[in-house]
Design a protein around this ligand. Structure first.
Ligand code: GLU
Length: 308
């Protein structure tokens, strides 16, 4: 049985791009007669809030999307699942794969999924610190983030929509953070632990996370889990090539709900996804039967807001 999930972060109001992904996740699971979880990725207490999670759930319901489990159920909220991440962290640590990093740069973002232009390989000098030196600095109270030691190994992911994607973990990704110095576990670890614990075998999400797939597959294997199948979808971009979330307030759910009905919005999204010839109003259920990934573009989609 196919088990999928939609895993948004309640760090702001959802926008057209999130809805596009949500609709495709939903159609993928419903077409296959599978099960769908809604997981709230509220790891970062500074960026996420319960009120935003409630808003997110309300926005998805308004759109006409449903899920089989999750949403505001505490066991589906990452902020409540810390003991599971701690156990996985301990396992990696016991395998000698984790080291403390005393550099402060870039760790702030580790709890959030790395979207377009937000991540790059980092060669960390802390990798080679002798253990006595690590201990000395930790005991002196120095704050450390925790990185995993990635191997010089090429990992190939067979993406169901975009095809083969390969990365050399050491060269292309580098040692990545799995726990921040403030104790917050990073997105990369949490997402792997949760997908495994929740029996997720199919991950549909925006293609900016394609480059996270090899390191997630690697983490799955280190932790003894079976990696899911991946299926990355194109992004909706503003005319200048930037992500909509960063550019267009007029395309967040607040503005969209004020400007159109749910069937109008779903119709527009379905048209952008190649699922209907015109942006005419439609309900999600009406799209299930004819849903086929072959219609969905593989390249990013530019939204001309003026013409909308
Ligand atoms: N929570 C992530 C986001 O906000 C998505 C994670 C995933 O689908 O793996 O984009």
């Amino acid at each position: 049985m196919l088990v999928g999930r939609f895993a948004p972060s309640p760090s702001g109001r959802m926008h057209l791009g999130n809805l596009f992904t949500a609709l495709l996740v939903w159609l993928d699971v419903r077409r296959a007669g599978g099960r769908l979880w809604l997981r709230i990725e509220d790891l970062d207490p500074e960026r996420c809030s319960w009120a935003k999670a409630e808003q997110l759930v309300d926005d998805l319901r308004w759109l006409g999307l449903d899920w089989d489990e999750g949403g505001l159920q505490p066991q589906f909220c990452q902020s409540r699942r810390t003991p599971l991440y701690a156990a996985a962290f301990a396992k990696l640590q016991a395998a000698g794969l984790v080291y403390p990093c005393f550099c402060s740069r870039a760790e702030r973002l580790a709890a959030a999924a790395p979207h377009l232009g937000e991540a790059g390989p980092t060669a960390c000098p802390c990798r080679d610190l002798p253990e006595v030196e690590q201990q000395r600095r930790l005991l002196a109270g120095e704050r450390a983030a925790w990185r995993v030691r990635t191997p010089a190994e090429t990992l190939t992911v067979q993406d169901e929509h975009l095809g083969e994607y390969a990365e050399n973990l050491a060269a292309d990704c580098g040692d990545f953070i799995i726990k921040r110095s403030d104790g917050v576990f990073a997105y990369q670890l949490a997402v792997v632990v949760d997908d495994a614990a929740m029996g997720v075998n199919r991950v549909v999400r925006g293609r900016d996370l394609l480059s996270s797939a090899p390191r997630q597959v690697w983490l799955h294997r280190q932790l003894g889990f079976a990696p899911p199948q991946f299926c990355h979808v194109p992004l909706l971009l503003a005319a200048d090539g930037k992500r909509l979330a960063k550019r267009e307030r007029s395309l967040d759910m607040g503005a969209l709900r004020a400007a159109c009905t749910a069937p109008e919005l779903v119709g527009w999204l379905a048209w952008l996804a190649g699922l209907q010839a015109e942006p005419r109003p439609v309900r999600p259920q009406q799209l299930i039967e004819s849903f086929d990934w072959r219609w969905v573009p593989q390249t990013d989609i530019i939204i001309d807001v003026e013409k909308k």
